[in-house]
Design a protein around this ligand. Structure first.
Ligand SMILES: Cc1ncc(COP(=O)(O)O)c(C=O)c1O
Length: 392
């Protein structure tokens, strides 16, 4: 039989992070002791009370059937309380919150709420791959806005040509930013909101993944500056080391959240209710977050010092658990990633998670991304290899 794949699948390459997993598996099969800074998947477990309460929650919900599509009332109330406590943002759990199966599905499916064939979605580059793929699978077109060092990695929305603005439905923003670690300023948020409202462009802010992993000032939520025309995406994956649990939520403008619920009820059946139950506890707890933040700060310093000792630029960022490390003058991110592989260190070349602009500039070309997820011992071992064996 001739199985004819859809054009969208034929045109889809390997998911950037799947390629990294393959590379790690290959090196390991060759007997290399690999330290993997590739995928941003924390190796540490969730807080112990989450695991301890799983059984009780499963017992309580054992005959509850399918979960709610939009999240249990208790979970949505916990999300509302969280946003009030952390950002002083008041939301209605009935209309302005919806649970997700983690941010990936939410980000990928979100364009279905607003995008018709040929509409434009403005995406950052480098950026989380589902911003682009979700747009394309929904029939939209991507306009690439680069994150540049000279702009402190803030998207230069004012540079988007008017004919693109006229066709654009969504702008994806991601601050605290993966991979650059940049945090947006109040002034930037205010300017962006005014620009987006003038052009009738919805702001989709993928902000909640790393918003509590910061090193200096606490980052703000865009919802502190307004709600109309804005939807935010929150995830418990990195905040609580709960990538495996698949849970998060969206919050924002009631009209947009309502459209998102409609998409969601047609696509999935929600996160298991017993997982929502233990997630409420995780959302309420702040002590384990402080500990996590301190640990990432230590890991970041160890690696920054190691790279600096070899004459590489010190790329210190304000937030997230990523290092967006620049290669030495005259070398590419790919060159740097390859020399690191030679000493058993896996990082993602920036170009693998960034796309060229219409002018042909690839903003990730000179960089690599390292996710600070290995254990402290592994980080120290990696630093030792960099200091004594890196040749670039
Ligand atoms: C910027 C960003 N957004 C969203 C996600 C998705 O997180 P999850 O689907 O685990 O909630 C990630 C995961 O790495 C991310 O880096």
């Amino acid at each position: 039989m001739n199985i004819r794949l859809s054009k969208r699948i034929q045109e889809t390459g390997t998911y950037a992070f799947a390629a990294i997993d393959e590379k790690v598996a290959f090196l390991q099969s060759q007997g290399v002791e690999v330290i993997d800074f590739g995928v941003g998947d924390p190796k540490s477990p969730p807080p112990s009370f989450v695991i301890e309460n799983l059984n009780t929650a499963a017992e309580k919900r054992k005959a509850s059937g399918y979960p709610s599509y939009i999240g249990s009332p208790d979970f949505r109330q916990a999300c509302t309380d969280y946003m009030q406590r952390e950002f002083n943002v008041t939301l209605d759990p009935e209309t302005e919150i919806c649970s997700t199966i983690g941010s990936k599905e939410a980000v990928f499916n979100f364009p279905l709420t607003l995008v018709d064939q040929g509409d434009i979605v403005i995406c950052p580059s480098p950026g989380y791959p589902p911003y682009r793929k979700g747009t394309q699978f929904a029939g939209g077109q991507v306009y690439t806005l680069p994150l540049l060092e000279e702009n402190h990695y803030l998207m230069d929305y004012a540079s988007v040509p008017q004919d693109i603005c006229d066709r654009a439905k969504i702008i994806w923003i991601n601050y605290p930013n993966s991979p650059t670690g940049a945090v947006a300023t109040d002034q930037w948020y205010k300017g962006l909101i005014a620009w987006a409202r003038k052009n009738n462009i919805v702001i989709a802010a993928d902000e909640g993944c790393y918003i509590e992993i910061y090193f200096d000032e606490k980052p703000k939520s865009i919802l502190e500056f307004g709600k109309e025309g804005i939807i935010t995406f929150y995830s418990m994956s990195k905040r609580n080391n709960m990538t495996m649990f698949r849970i998060g939520f969206v919050a924002g403008d009631e009209k947009i959240v309502s459209a998102f619920k409609k998409v969601k009820t047609n696509i999935d059946s929600g996160t298991p209710t017993f997982i929502q139950d233990v997630s409420i506890m995780a959302l309420e707890d702040t002590s384990h977050i402080m500990q996590m933040r301190n640990e990432y700060a230590q890991k970041r310093k160890i690696l920054l010092d190691a790279f600096a000792s070899r004459g590489l630029p010190r790329c210190q960022s304000a937030s997230t658990f990523y290092l967006w490390q620049k290669a030495p003058e005259g070398k590419s991110g790919e060159d740097l990633a390859n020399t690191l592989v030679d000493i058993g260190i896996v990082a993602i070349p920036g170009a693998a998670i960034s796309h060229p602009t219409d002018e042909g500039i690839n903003p990730g070309e000179q960089f690599i991304r390292l996710a600070l997820v290995p254990t402290m011992e592994e980080i120290m071992e990696a630093a030792d290899r960099i200091v004594h064996r890196l040749t670039i």
